[in-house]
Design a protein around this ligand. Structure first.
Ligand code: FES
Length: 96
């Protein structure tokens, strides 16, 4: 999966840039470990938003994760796996 052309703070970000970032890499690995993606359409944005959350709040509460991710829609309904992956990346217990 490669998502190019997204910009934040004047810098281009894509999945390769995320892999070079320690937090982004941890989030991507959690995504893979838990098999989060279904069709994959929304996943680049989900991963970038999750990474931004963990950079700002390294140990978020569950509700903080839900609130931070509320703007990222997933038509496949992978929300429970997304939450579990973010908790895993934050070294929290994985939600069932
Ligand atoms: S995985 Fe299909 S839209 Fe999110």
């Amino acid at each position: 999966m490669h998502n190019a052309g997204l910009r934040s703070s004047g810098r281009d970000y894509d999945d390769r840039a995320m892999a070079d970032d320690p937090v982004g890499s941890k989030v991507q690995q959690a995504w893979l470990d838990l098999g989060v993606a279904q069709c994959g359409y929304c996943q680049g944005g989900q991963i970038m938003n999750a990474t931004a959350l963990l950079k700002k709040t390294p140990e978020p509460e569950t509700q903080e994760i839900i609130d931070a991710m509320a703007g990222n829609l997933c038509r496949c309904g992978t929300y429970n796996r997304i939450l579990a992956a973010i908790e895993r990346a934050a070294d929290k217990e994985v939600s069932s």
